[in-house]
Design a protein around this ligand. Structure first.
Ligand code: ADP
Ligand code: 3PG
Ligand code: MG
Length: 430
């Protein structure tokens, strides 16, 4: 806890590239919402882009994490007397109106969480939106309909960006989860607001994400340990490449480990592997040497299902009929010991098919080990939607330093890529 608040208090300087040695940290900083004084907020129309892309079932929000994560910025603005015009995408509608992707249920949930009136207009930049914006009062929030109902959104169309920008003089990007997309509501709009003489700043959530995924990992307390898992090595290779020169240890789990096993010449049976990545896995092992740690045993079964019976075997004893579904108990102990030595931990990707009880143990054990180490003062950062869900399932979410709200965005940032939604914000003055 101590490390969390210290870092958070000092977190005004941040880079807008992830901590890769290929793309060194830029000293340049972006303007933050927290630097705007009351006179810049009171009575102003403030445009906020949040990532309210949450799961829905039967028209009801089933996980409101992203809505809750947007509250600090919204509460700050409404309590300072701004009229907030809130924007988000939801899902991937094909550039046209699709009622299944309406933000209406999100407005309902937001209204329950926020103690100020939340209005919703089933329109994004048309006459109805114009009228709703005109009628908005200071201290209120108006949520516009899904920005992706307009084809100009994903095309980052200038005309759409200008239309949106006409609704306010201050733009706050708080959508970390969408900051890797150069869309009209994340990128073009900031240009347009700046051109109009307005300011484009990072909201509290975006600031916090960049502080932890950026600053904290760029200048980690050592030992710095990363744990990578999940389904595929291919989707995360850029992150592995970027992390390798920086970390003191890189623990591998999940199906990703299977491709490394193949590179070691081990039997993996019917496990999920990427044959075309074996050479790459071998090259990574050569480069990383002892810093790269692979599972020593695994939990296998002849099928991966909720009612399967899994058994633990050494990694050298996997049978041709086996499927690897999780790391094994010896690996759990080994990883726990290594996590106990770390002062900074980055975790991305489950150790097994944690959604199914017979293969959940490794992921839950790692989650608990990271939480225990965090209790002892280490900084822990979790990226990836499934890893966040696993932390929740393990009941340790509240004990980790930072759980990112971004999936693809956190991976891109960690691989050293520039996030367009951040790059376009106003530069810090002086
Ligand atoms: P995150 O969202 O945290 O970045 P990923 O999306 O990369 O994680 O991977 C999560 C998925 O990986 C989960 O659905 C999990 O079931 C799967 N997975 C983990 N280990 C294995 C395995 N050994 N075999 C098949 N799938 C696995
Ligand atoms: C996410 O859920 O990762 C973000 O909201 C971005 O969504 P997208 O991948 O559809 O752009
Ligand atoms: Mg995932």
């Amino acid at each position: 806890m101590g490390s969390r608040s210290a870092l958070w208090r000092s977190g005004t300087l941040f880079s807008f590239r992830g901590p890769s040695t290929c793309n060194p940290i830029r000293p340049m900083s972006k303007r933050l919402l927290r630097t705007l004084g009351p006179e810049q907020l009171k009575g102003r129309r403030v445009l906020v882009r949040a990532d309210l892309n949450v799961p829905l079932a039967g028209g009801v929000v089933t996980d409101d994490t992203r809505i809750r994560a947007s509250l600090p910025t919204l509460e700050h603005l409404t309590s300072h007397g701004s009229a907030v015009i809130l924007m988000s995408h939801l899902g991937r509608p094909k550039g046209g109106v699709d009622p299944t992707f309406s933000l209406a249920p999100v407005a309902d949930r937001l209204q329950e969480l926020l103690e100020v009136p939340v209005r919703f207009v089933p329109d994004t930049v048309g006459d109805a939106a114009d009228a709703a914006v005109a009628g908005l009062r200071d201290g209120e929030v108006l949520l516009l309909e899904n920005t992706r109902f307009l084809p100009g959104e994903t095309a980052n169309e200038e005309a759409l960006a200008r239309r949106l920008a006409s609704y306010g003089s201050v733009y706050v990007n708080d959508a970390f989860g969408t900051a890797h997309r150069a869309h009209a509501s994340t990128a073009g709009i900031a240009e347009a607001v700046k051109e109009n003489g307005g300011v484009a700043v990072a909201g509290f959530l975006l600031e916090r994400e960049l502080a932890f995924l950026g600053d904290a990992l760029a200048r980690p307390d050592r030992p710095y340990l990363a744990i990578m898992g999940g389904a595929k090595i291919s989707g995360k290779i850029d992150v592995v490449e970027a992390l390798l020169p920086q970390v003191d240890r890189l623990l591998i789990g999940g199906a990703m480990a299977n491709t490394f096993f193949l590179a070691l010449g081990l039997e993996v049976g019917g496990s999920l592997v990427e044959d075309d990545r074996v050479e790459m896995a071998r090259a990574l092992m050569d480069r990383a040497g002892e810093r790269l740690v692979l599972p020593v045993d695994c939990r296998v079964s002849e099928r991966i299902s909720g009612d399967a019976t899994s058994r633990a075997v050494s990694r050298a004893e996997v049978a041709p009929t086996d499927i690897i579904g999780d790391i094994g108990p010896e690996t759990e102990s080994l990883y726990r010991e290594l996590i106990q030595e770390a002062r900074t931990v980055l975790w991305n990707g489950p150790m097994g098919v944690f959604e199914l009880e017979p293969f959940a143990s490794g992921t839950l054990a790692v989650a608990r080990a990271v939480a225990d180490r965090t209790d002892q003062g280490a900084v822990s950062v979790v990226g990836g939607g499934d890893s966040a869900a696993a932390a929740e399932a393990a009941g340790v979410s509240g004990r980790l330093t930072h759980i990112s709200t971004g999936g693809g965005a956190s991976l891109e940032f960690l691989s050293g890529a520039e996030l367009p939604g951040v790059a376009v914000l106003s530069d810090e003055e002086g």
